[in-house]
Design a protein. Structure first.
Length: 114
């Protein structure tokens, strides 16, 4: 299993920005398909964005144009830049690593409120 640690969550006002990070252990980070999920209270966990080892990205419709996923394979870290945040973006955000493993981080809380 690969260990994943998220950071960067917090409280932000509507229209604000946050940058989440997901640091991974292990030596083959570049082979992992990495993704961000989120889970709001009372709702199912949903995909936010994903990125391949080569940098191909995909986004859920609600975040297109506002969120940007990226990765630094040398630093074994994935990022999620979140701009123009809305109250409906409030959730616990999780990172996920997939290859021959399927690992999840512990989550980081993002709260968008005035």
């Amino acid at each position: 299993q690969v260990q994943l640690v998220e950071s960067g969550g917090g409280l932000v006002q509507p229209g604000g920005s946050l940058r989440l990070s997901c640091a991974a252990s292990g030596s083959i980070f570049s082979l992992y398909y990495m993704s961000w999920y989120r889970q709001a209270p009372g709702k199912q966990r949903e995909l936010v964005a994903g990125i391949s080892g080569g940098g191909i990205t995909n986004y859920a419709d609600p975040v297109k144009g506002r969120f940007t996923i990226s990765r630094d394979n040398a630093k074994k870290t994935m990022y999620l830049q979140m701009n123009d945040l809305k109250p409906e973006d409030t959730a616990v955000y999780y990172c996920r690593a997939q290859w021959t493993v399927d690992s999840w981080g512990q989550g980081t809380q993002v709260t968008v409120s005035s």
